[in-house]
Design a protein around this ligand. Structure first.
Ligand code: DGJ
Length: 746
């Protein structure tokens, strides 16, 4: 990897084996964008790549010069009001009411490694050789605001991370009305825009549309990244597939309101903007103050979507997630939520844990309902003290009983919320986000605590830390079950109310940081009514997240498949639950529920006491299988093979680093009668290695499995008797492939 500045042409070129990123100082002093994509040669005059053309009716920057028009020039930090009519990356309201800005090059430096972003989650390096960072200072001379642009290129993979820090070095106080983290101006619009969208219980479905003139966008104004849209998009060439072709994945490391948009102009240029959603954002920047934007990460590939995803998986698994659990296979857990909801006693929980222990489960998680007056969702949030009617010896007592069974104990919290019926609310009614003289909208009968106030975060920290110090807690599920309304803080003056959404998220990050530092042994799992805040910001603190409240196997295929576009298998909380399923009332076979959950952190969300002896034997085998292969499943190279959004079948696989072992998951939604012969063309195997197929016992070379494919034909393609197995709807199979010997060329 290298970063070069060509003095004469004023060109910056960042490159590694995969990508090049080229910029230049324009003749008006602003920073122009020249190229982002597959690596190109370096040369002094890459400034030739600047495209200029006189176009009628354009606004121009210089007298007698009809071609230098910001309307048509690709830029790195386009501002508002100086001739570029596309959406700006920055907008600053000044004391005289002007919103015009003009950021011009001042200086730059090139650093080894990558700096931290104070108070914000971000990718990191473990040594200086892993990445280099170019820092460019631009300044707006009228306001004195300096924009410090950070570009980090990683040594491996087509990865580029960007963020901007604004420093008010002028004399006047200004309002930052828009501070996007990333602007990428592309020279054409021949892309499909892929987004991960949905709703509660159907998060991150893959949706694709062709870019067209105008603005297309996704975002959130809910105060969390949301079930509706994930802060991730892909711009792919229409001919790109999972296996080949060009794609640019863009991910935003942030958990609050966000905007990702692509604007195609009249000449087919595409401007991609990513950052904190400018609606409902306004940051007062007094002289001497700074504002750091969150980080955006781009991955370029010319080898298809699987390759792009694998690059994100590696980066987010190894250089975004942190702590003891980052590299460790995750414990197989049982969670009591769908087994009991609020209806439990300590003895009932211990019965569930005991049976789980007998089956081989390692961690028992006590979900909602253990604290304060929490007998339903109407009360108790905010009072993080064990309910003594249910748990006579407190959390320490039940945790010890679980430990005595030979299991670890985990606990649910919803730290950001409060019920009106709680001691905390009675003591501090002004600690919630709510506006004077306005209705206080509730969500699930609860209010959002004002985490923009340090004293609120402090009190929640104290309550949580007390429990964690007194009891043996090995895991925390951190939930968040409603979006923000009436976003107003009683702790901030009128001119700072535009900061509340962002300050709230900073408060959440602060609490996470304090707890993960103070209790480094604890495994954190983030959750927001399932996948309402499943984003890279959370991954920095919690290496896994509850992917969705929908535990149905067929629904989970789509959700986990979509999630895998950006996020690694090790980050996806996935459990086997009861049938009929509690969300969709569907019956799916026990093995299919496990076959989907294996591609995640794996656990159970039911009372195993309610299963038949035959089912218990099956569960025991599932756990034995998962224990043996979880490191491979969670940390191997993951490939999507067949999309559940395109047909009746779905398939994915993981391959070990040495390529000697692979696990293939194949799933069929509806059974078919007298169906065709079906095959799966596998990926990532070693062509010369001969693999034993666990299902058929057959031996095949990697080249056969990748070119002809693995046969998935079953009894539905002929008579049941002939096939010897009877399939049904929601059928699935796991194929374990283990290398036996290598082809010898004699
Ligand atoms: C929503 C979560 O997603 C569920 O798993 C469960 O923890 C409930 N909240 C508890 O209220």
């Amino acid at each position: 990897m290298k970063i070069v500045y060509h003095e004469n042409s004023k060109v910056f070129h960042l490159w590694n084996e995969c990508i090049s990123y080229v910029m230049m100082v324009l003749k008006n002093g602003q920073l122009g964008h020249l190229y982002y994509g597959k690596r190109i040669h370096d040369r002094e005059n890459l400034s030739d790549l600047l495209e200029l053309a006189a176009r009628p009716m354009s606004s121009c920057s210089f007298p007698e010069d009809k071609i230098f028009s910001l309307e048509h020039i690709k830029q790195e930090l386009p501002g508002f009001g100086t001739g570029d009519y596309r959406s700006p990356a920055v907008e600053i309201c000044q004391q005289n009411g002007s919103r015009i800005s003009d950021f011009q090059y001042q200086s730059h430096r090139i650093d080894g490694g990558k700096p931290e972003l104070a108070g914000l989650p971000a990718t990191y390096v473990e040594n200086q050789q892993e990445a280099s960072t170019l820092v460019i200072n631009l300044q707006d001379s009228v306001t004195g605001i300096r924009a410090e642009l950070f570009y980090t290129i990683f040594a491996e993979g087509g990865i580029l991370a960007k963020s901007i820090c604004y420093h008010n070095e002028g004399l006047q106080t200004v309002q930052l009305e828009r501070a996007m983290s990333l602007c990428l101006d592309l020279p054409d619009c021949d892309y499909e825009w892929v987004q991960l969208s949905g709703a509660w219980s159907r998060e991150r479905h893959v949706r694709t549309r062709k870019l067209t003139m105008g603005i297309q966008s996704i975002g959130s104004l809910r105060g969390h990244s949301s079930h509706q849209h994930n802060p991730f998009v892909v711009l792919k060439r229409p001919c790109a597939t999972e296996q080949q072709g060009e794609a640019i994945g863009v991910s935003f490391i942030y958990s609050g309101n966000f905007l990702m948009q692509a604007e195609v102009d009249a000449h087919d240029n595409t401007r991609v903007l990513v950052g904190i959603h400018p609606d409902a954002f306004s940051w007062r920047l007094e002289a001497g103050e700074s504002f750091q934007t969150p980080e955006a990460v781009m991955v370029y590939t010319d080898q298809g979507l699987n390759h792009m995803s694998q690059t994100f998986h590696r980066l987010y698994q190894k250089r975004l997630a942190r702590g003891k659990w980052r590299d460790q296979a995750r414990p197989i857990l049982i969670n009591n939520w769908e087994a009991t909801y609020f209806d439990f006693t300590e003895d009932k929980l211990i019965q569930i844990a005991r049976k789980a222990k007998e089956c081989g489960v390692e961690l028992f998680v006590l979900d909602d309902g253990w604290f304060g007056a929490r007998s339903s969702d109407h009360a108790g949030l905010g009072d993080w003290v064990a309910n003594s009617d249910r748990l006579p010896q407190g959390i320490a007592g039940i945790a010890q009983r679980v430990e005595d069974l030979g299991m670890k104990f985990g606990l649910w919290f919803e730290p950001e919320m409060v019920n009106e019926d709680s001691d905390l609310y009675r003591m501090h009614p002004d600690w919630i986000l709510s506006a004077p003289e306005r209705v206080k909208s509730h969500g699930r009968y609860q209010y959002v605590l004002d985490f923009s106030r340090k004293e609120v975060v402090d009190v929640i920290y104290e309550m949580m830390a007390k429990i964690l110090s007194e009891a043996k807690v090995s895991y925390i599920k951190w939930d968040m079950n409603r979006s923000i309304t009436e976003c107003f803080s009683f702790g901030l003056p009128p001119e700072r109310q535009g900061e509340v959404y962002h300050r709230y998220i900073l408060g959440v990050y602060d609490l996470y940081e304090r707890l993960t530092r103070e209790f480094p042994e604890i495994l954190f799992e983030s959750c927001a009514s399932g996948g309402g805040r499943f984003d890279p910001g959370m991954l920095y603190y919690a290496p896994q997240g509850w992917t969705s409240d929908d535990t149905d196997a067929a629904e989970r295929m789509k959700i986990q498949y979509g999630t895998s576009m950006c996020y690694p298998v090790s980050s996806m909380g996935s459990h086997v639950s009861m049938i009929p399923n509690h969300q969709v009332n569907r019956q799916t076979p026990l093995h299919t529920r496990a076959n989907v959950a294996y591609f995640g952190t794996f656990g159970y969300e039911l009372d195993l006491n309610r299963l038949t002896e035959e089912e218990i034997q099956e569960v025991k085998q599932q756990i034995v299988f998962m224990k043996e292969y979880r490191t491979l499943l969670q940390f191997g190279t993951f490939y999507r093979l067949k999309s559940p959004f395109e047909g009746n079948e779905m398939a994915w696989m993981v391959v070990s680093q040495d390529k000697r072992t692979a696990v293939v998951g194949w799933y069929r939604i509806m059974n078919v009668v007298n169906g065709c012969f079906t095959r799966l063309r596998l990926q990532g195997l070693e062509a010369d290695l001969c693999y034993r197929n666990s299902q058929s016992g057959s031996l095949c070379y990697g080249d056969e499995l990748m070119n002809l494919g693995l046969s998935t034909t079953d009894a539905t393609a002929g008579e049941v008797a002939a096939g010897g197995e009877s399939c049904t709807d929601y059928e699935s199979r796991i194929y374990l492939l283990e290398a036996q010997f290598e082809f010898s060329h004699f």
